[in-house]
Design a protein around this ligand. Structure first.
Ligand code: HEM
Length: 222
């Protein structure tokens, strides 16, 4: 009798990049989501100053990420991942003006973990696999958990429109179809197996950099 061999289970490398990213970063996502700073901020236990500090860190990070976007869009494949409607730097600047004041640029502090995150973006952001990893981690996060954070800021800290521009994508009324298109763009990238693995590894690092940033914010505010 011929032994029946079960079909080989799909190896992770057979999966589309978007799925590999989601599954590959699951533990790091859980760690970032459950950091003390995030839980306390979302639970209404901190003050507006903590939220403003987070906005300042995001200003530094998005400045570096969106500088990389401007460079990567010169490349045909890179251009497929750059969407003007995602641009966050001007929105964060509006939030900081409201939260801190017109002189916010002189008053905010960029924490050491943020400086490391920014340095990493400057170091690798010009390479498509690394750019894809960092842009995925931030923008799909902002369109997902970011929307939950927005609701919690409204509920606990009395913010409505002012101060929440970062989480408000005026040109993306429904995040689900947009995220589906973004995942299709990731899946269509022509990357070698090594580059695909590198993208997942860089996304894991991007999540860890976010967790390190929450640790710095926790030390300052919790
Ligand atoms: C307050 C903390 C957070 C909450 C409550 C949260 C919640 C969520 C939820 C519910 C989803 C699934 C959305 C969907 O099915 O479309 C999601 C996805 C995602 N989140 Fe978070 N998140 C948090 C923090 C973060 C952080 C800190 C990052 C990274 C900087 C992040 C990055 C992502 C990414 C990249 C996705 C897309 C996963 C995928 O479908 O590939 N999240 N988050």
């Amino acid at each position: 009798m011929t032994a029946v061999t079960p079909p080989a289970a799909a190896t992770p490398t057979d999966q589309p990049l978007s799925l590999r990213l989601r599954e590959g970063t699951r533990p790091e996502h859980e760690a970032a989501e459950s950091s003390g700073f995030v839980e306390k901020l979302m639970g209404g236990e901190l003050g507006i100053a903590a939220y403003a500090d987070l906005a300042a860190q995001q200003w530094a990070i998005y400045g570096a990420l969106e500088q990389a976007s401007a460079a990567i869009r010169q490349d045909d494949q890179g251009a497929t991942l750059v969407f003007d409607e995602l641009t966050r730097t001007p929105e964060i600047e509006k939030d900081l003006t409201f939260l801190v004041g017109a002189d916010w640029a002189e008053r905010v502090t960029i924490h050491p973990a943020t400086q490391r995150y920014v340095a990493r973006l400057h170091e690798v952001g010009g390479s498509l696999p690394a750019y894809a990893a960092h842009a995925y981690t931030r923008y799909l996060g902002d369109l997902s958990g970011g929307q939950i954070i927005k609701r919690m800021m409204e509920r606990h800290y009395g913010l409505s429109v002012d101060g929440l521009a970062f989480y408000t994508f005026t040109e993306i009324p429904r995040s689900k179809p947009f995220k589906d298109v973004y995942r299709e763009r990731l899946d269509a990238l022509r990357l070698t197996p090594e580059q695909l693995a590198g993208t997942v590894a860089e996304a894991k690092l991007a999540f860890r950099l976010n967790s390190d940033l929450f640790a710095d914010l926790g030390a300052a505010h919790c």
